[in-house]
Design a protein around this ligand. Structure first.
Ligand code: NAD
Length: 442
């Protein structure tokens, strides 16, 4: 299939996309609200504005990112000029989830287009309003041979995965990530898998508890906890627990009021299946705060659980909802015993004024990314790569990392012809000692 890959064309289409998204900002926010009552503030901050800023940054830097990069040559090849060329993979498939349905569909798409690829996007079927507006914007912006949207669920996903792709970028659950990886393996297609996990949030005795509570409430309950990098559980030094809980309750009420179901700033659970899954997690636990719910409105209040057993449902799998278990520790060994039960998480949070404690934890555990004394915000710096490790994902993106993700890095040595050093050519007789000396010197 023919499509243009020159930088001018890529830039021109991305500018058109920027224009069309800006024109539809209100409609996108409305679609997000209609899908699961995503608050307008969160829609702007984490979806439309995030995508607009990503687009602007990409348009500004595309020339620089795409340019072949000259690197220092190896003296073994003297004389040569060595370059890395960024080559588009070709046909890229992007499969997106529902929780940030605009951002997580558009950002990979923008990067794939910037890098010169043809893109097929499958948005999530669980957010049909957002999926429809994405399809409309894309249709208005791109030639169908350049970027195309396939709306639908499992059947569409499976049909797409059965085809041969040059790159697959998937965001979603670990279990579907494995299905995608298997499908990709059939053709040795490279993948990025942006998955999830159980993200620990560790609070020691030196931490500023009030501020910690405020930042955790924001990072945990934004999008009603349906955020891949939301803190999954708290692990707090035992003596700090009572005060921390008091501050958490105060901060929740400050943020959402006493009648949280009436707050315009708190989203709903995506569907009944997830509502039931989450309700089962709190059913037999000790609720310190929250627990109110309404099946018809797909509502679950911000809920704090007191020390659930590690064998409980809530501590078995990723929560992905507004439920926060609070566990305690007395020794570093206790921390280790909890964190090590799970696969490598996507995010890791430490609240502490003790630098050496924080550094020790960062060195001790493998995780995608994280923060010291905050939650979620590492996502917002485009100079930081975003991605998981182990079961929380393969590969990373954001900023230039996104462009590089969708480019094959082609290494080319251009040899000079004005001299041809004889050392490497057979017959090797008498050359071994000299080559050993040279290699040793290099
Ligand atoms: P999901 O895996 O159920 O669905 C993701 C996409 O895959 C959807 O488009 C869906 O239609 C498709 N899909 C679903 N089942 C499929 C199957 N059997 N075969 C092929 N395709 C299938 O995930 P979700 O519920 O949309 O999102 C929630 C999960 O995504 C959580 O685990 C969360 O942690 C993770 N997530 C990760 C990130 C990240 O950046 N790492 C971001 C958001 C969400």
């Amino acid at each position: 299939m023919e499509y243009k890959t020159d930088i001018g064309y890529r830039k021109e289409t991305l500018k058109k996309l920027l224009h069309n998204i800006k024109k539809s900002e209100d409609l996108i926010a409305k679609a997000l609200y209609d899908d699961f009552k995503k608050p307008e503030f969160e829609a702007v901050l984490t979806e439309t504005n995030y995508v607009i800023s990503d687009l602007k940054n990409t348009i500004k830097n595309i020339q620089k990112w795409a340019k072949p990069k000259r690197v220092f040559p190896s003296l073994l090849n003297f004389p040569s000029t060595d370059r890395i060329y960024k080559e588009p993979y070709g046909n890229v498939l992007v499969i997106a989830p529902w929780n940030y349905p605009f951002q997580l569909a558009l950002c990979p798409l923008i990067a794939a287009v910037a890098a010169g690829n043809r893109v097929v996007l499958k948005p999530s079927e669980l957010t049909p309003h957002t999926s429809a507006i994405i399809a409309k914007i894309i249709e208005k912006t791109f030639h169908i041979n350049h970027v195309e949207v396939f709306e639908g669920g499992l059947d569409v996903s499976n049909k797409l995965l059965a085809q041969r792709w040059d790159y697959i970028f998937f965001t979603g659950s670990v279990s579907v990530g494995k299905i995608v990886a298997k499908a990709a393996a059939e053709n040795l297609t490279p993948v990025t898998l942006e998955l999830g996990g159980k993200n620990p949030c560790i609070i020691d005795e030196t931490s500023d508890l009030r501020l910690a509570a405020k930042r955790i409430v924001w990072g945990k309950f934004i999008n009603a906890g349906q955020t891949c990098i939301a803190p999954d559980y708290i692990l707090i030094q035992k003596n700090m627990k009572v005060n921390f809980i008091t501050f958490m309750i105060e901060e929740i009420i400050k943020a959402y009021g006493k009648k949280i179901d009436k707050s315009p700033d708190f989203a709903r659970i995506i569907n009944t299946k997830n509502w039931l899954r989450l309700m089962a997690m709190i059913e037999s636990e000790t609720i310190i705060f929250g627990g109110e719910n309404d099946a018809n409105k797909l509502y679950i209040a911000p809920t704090i659980l007191d020390e659930p057993s590690l064998e409980s449902l809530v501590m078995k799998e990723e929560i992905f909802g507004p439920i926060l278990p609070i566990l305690t520790y007395e020794s570093e060994n206790d921390i280790h015993n909890v964190v090590k039960r799970y696969e490598k998480p996507l995010a890791f949070y430490i609240f502490s004024e003790n630098n050496s404690f924080a550094k020790k934890l960062i060195a001790a555990y493998s995780f995608g990314g994280g923060c010291i004394n905050d939650t979620v915000v590492h996502f917002s710096n485009k100079r930081l790569p975003f991605g998981g490790v182990g079961h929380s994902g393969i590969g990373a993106y954001h900023g230039q990392f996104s462009f590089d993700t969708f480019s094959h890095h082609k290494a080319v040595v251009k040899k000079g012809n004005w001299i041809d050093l004889p050392m490497r050519y057979a017959p090797y007789k008498d050359k071994l000692a000299s080559i050993k000396r040279i290699l040793d010197w290099l």
